[in-house]
Ligand binder design. Structure first.
Ligand code: TNX
Length: 509
C-alpha cells in the first residue's frame, strides 16, 4: 500500500506499522457494547454494500474488531485505530469517537477474494473544530424525509456533527406547527419552478432529529427572519409587508422568464431580498414568539437559527431592533441563537453565534459584521460562499448551480482555504466551526444534491476536521486530490452519485 491511505478528512497522524493486513469478513467477531456493535454493523455494511453479520460471540483466537472506551482520548470525536492481521482496535472516550473511527475503517477497506483488506496502520485522530456542519435548503425545493436521512448518512461518513435545515423561505414553509397550521396548509405547496413543494409533519421532524442523533448529528433548524418570508404572507397576509420590487429584480425576473413576486400569490422564482415581515406590527412579534417557542420545544439541540440575511425589504432601524429582540427571545427560551453575519451590526443577544457567508476575501462590511460576534465572545461559524457554497457550479459546463460567489467553485478552490485565514483578527478559538451549504434553487432531487456535494463536501469536512491547510505535506491539494480520488469505489458502494470531477485522480477498483 502507499504510505498514506485514502482518508478524508485527513487524520492527525497515520503511521504504517509492522504486520500483515487485517481481513474483515461477514463473520469477523465484534467485541463491543451493544450500541457500538450495532454502529459497526450499520456503518461497515453500508460501506461494503453487503450485510455483515459481525457476530458478538467468537472463539478467543479469531481476529476481532474491538471497540473500547478510554477516557484519556479527547475531545468528542477523537479516536485511536490500530489495525494488523491480529485484529482491529478502535478506542475512544464515547460513542461519537467510536463512530468516527468506524468511518475511518470504512475508508480503509479494499475488496479482495478473501474479504475486505485493512492495511496495518495506527491512526491517532482528533477534530480541529467541534462544529462541523452541512446546511440543506429544503425551502426552495422540498426534499422528503428519505432524502434527508440519506444526506445525514453522507454527512456522518465525513464526520460532520451538525445538519442545519433551512426550513422556510419565500418559496415555501416546510415545518408543521401546532399553533399555526395555516403555515403549512397555505404556504407549503409551492417551490421554485412550480413544483409541488411539501412539508415535514412534527412526526417527520422528530424522525429526522432522532435519525441524526443516532449518528451523532445535531439538527439546527432555521426559520429565516425577517426577510425571506414571502410564504408567511400566504397564510397571514396582515403580517407580511408588500414585496419590494426593485428595477434589478424586474430585470432578473425578465431574464429568467419568471413572474414577479405578488402579495398573496406563491412565489416560484429565484429572486431574493424582496420580502419582509411587518415589523411595525406587534402581532408580528407575537407570531414570531409562538413559532420560535414551538420550534424550541421540538428541537433537543442547543441552536436555533434565525436567518437575518438579505433583508433588503426591511428598514435598517426596524431590522436592528427586531434582531435584538428576537435573539434575546431565543436566549430566553434556553437556546443559542444563530444568525447570518448580516445581523452582526445589530445589538443582538451576546450569546448569538454569527454565520459568515461572504467570500474567503471579505469586504470591509462583512468582516466587521463577523468580528462583532467575536467581540461579543460568542464566535462565528464559517461558510465562505466561494469555497463551501456547494450550489455553485464547478465550472461553466456544470448543468446545475449558480455562479454569484466569484464564479464557479472548482474542487481545488473548495479545498484551498483555511478557516483561520478568512477574517483578520479571528483566531481558532473564535471559530465555532465550519459549515458547507447547499442552496437548492437549481437542485430538486437527491442525485442533484449528490452531484453538487461530492466531492466538494469532502473538502469542507477536511477544513472543519483536519489541521490547518499547509501544516503538513498531506494537508495539501496534491494529497487531497489523490486521497479523495481513492474514495470513489466507497462512494459508489454507498450509492453516492458524485461528480466525476476532472481535477481529481479517481481510482478504479
Ligand atoms: C445567498 S447565503 C443566500 C441564499 C441563496 C444563496 C444561493 C444567504 C444567507 N443567502 O438566499 O439561496 O445565496 O447561493
Amino acid at each position: 500500500m502507499t504510505a498514506h491511505p485514502a482518508l478524508v478528512p485527513l487524520p492527525r497522524s497515520v503511521a504504517v506499522i509492522e504486520g500483515d493486513p487485517f481481513r474483515l469478513t461477514a463473520q469477523t467477531p465484534v467485541i463491543a457494547d451493544p450500541d457500538a456493535a450495532a454502529a459497526a454493523r450499520r456503518i461497515l455494511s453500508t460501506a461494503t454494500a453487503q450485510t455483515l453479520a459481525l457476530p458478538a460471540e467468537a472463539s478467543p483466537s479469531s481476529p476481532a474488531l474491538t471497540l473500547s472506551h478510554t477516557s484519556d482520548i479527547a475531545p468528542p470525536g477523537a479516536y485511536r485505530l490500530v489495525a494488523a492481521d491480529t485484529g482491529v482496535e478502535i478506542s475512544a472516550a464515547g460513542a461519537e469517537g467510536l463512530a468516527a473511527g468506524l468511518h475511518t475503517l470504512a475508508q480503509l477497506l479494499t475488496p479482495t477474494s478473501e474479504g475486505w483488506r485493512v492495511p496495518a496502520v495506527r491512526i491517532d485522530d482528533a477534530p480541529r473544530f467541534a462544529y462541523r456542519g452541512l446546511m440543506l435548503d429544503v425551502a426552495r425545493h422540498f426534499f422528503p424525509v428519505a432524502d434527508v436521512r440519506a444526506i445525514i448518512d453522507r454527512a456522518a461518513s465525513l464526520k460532520l456533527t451538525h445538519l442545519h435545515l433551512h426550513l422556510t423561505d419565500d418559496q415555501g414553509w416546510r415545518l408543521q406547527l401546532r399553533a399555526h397550521p395555516a403555515l403549512t396548509d397555505a404556504a407549503s405547496g409551492s417551490a421554485i419552478g412550480g413544483g409541488p413543494g411539501g412539508f415535514y409533519t412534527q412526526e417527520d421532524y422528530r424522525d429526522i432529529v432522532a435519525y441524526a442523533a443516532a449518528r451523532h448529528i445535531t439538527v439546527v433548524p432555521e426559520i429565516d427572519l425577517p426577510g425571506h418570508t414571502h410564504a408567511v404572507g400566504l397564510a397571514y397576509p396582515h403580517l407580511a409587508a408588500d414585496p419590494v420590487v426593485t428595477p434589478e429584480l424586474v430585470a432578473e425576473a425578465a431574464g429568467r422568464g419568471e413572474a414577479l413576486p405578488a402579495a398573496g400569490a406563491p412565489y416560484t422564482g429565484l429572486g431574493v431580498g424582496f420580502s419582509s415581515l411587518r415589523l411595525d406590527e406587534e402581532a408580528t412579534f407575537d407570531f414570531v414568539a409562538d413559532v420560535l417557542g414551538e420550534l424550541a420545544h421540538l428541537t433537543p439541540g442547543p441552536y436555533l437559527h434565525l436567518g437575518g440575511d438579505e433583508a433588503f425589504g426591511t428598514a435598517a432601524d426596524e431590522y436592528d431592533a427586531f434582531l435584538s429582540r428576537v435573539t434575546q427571545l431565543v436566549a430566553d427560551l434556553g437556546k443559542v441563537p444563530v444568525t447570518w453575519h448580516d445581523a452582526g451590526r445589530a445589538d443582538v443577544a451576546p450569546e448569538t453565534v454569527g454565520q459568515y457567508w461572504g467570500l474567503t476575501t471579505p469586504d470591509a462590511a462583512g468582516a466587521d459584521a463577523a468580528l462583532a460576534f467575536v467581540r461579543r465572545a460568542s464566535g462565528v461559524i464559517l461558510s465562505p460562499a466561494d469555497a463551501v457554497y456547494l450550489d455553485m457550479k464547478y465550472d461553466d459546463d456544470t448543468p446545475r448551480g449558480l455562479t454569484w460567489a466569484g464564479g464557479p467553485t472548482s474542487v481545488r478552490r473548495a479545498y484551498e482555504w483555511d478557516p483561520v485565514s478568512v477574517i483578520d483578527g479571528i483566531a481558532d478559538d473564535d471559530i465555532v466551526g465550519v459549515e458547507a451549504a447547499v442552496w437548492t434553487e437549481t437542485i430538486d432531487d437527491l442525485a442533484g444534491l449528490d452531484a453538487m456535494m461530492f466531492p466538494r463536501l469532502a473538502a469542507a469536512a477536511e477544513a472543519a476536521w483536519s489541521a490547518p491547510l499547509g501544516s503538513t505535506p498531506e494537508r495539501s491539494w496534491e494529497s487531497f486530490r489523490r486521497r479523495v480520488g481513492g474514495l470513489g469505489p466507497l462512494w459508489r458502494r454507498q450509492e453516492i452519485v458524485f461528480h466525476p470531477d476532472r481535477q481529481i485522480a479517481w481510482t478504479g477498483e
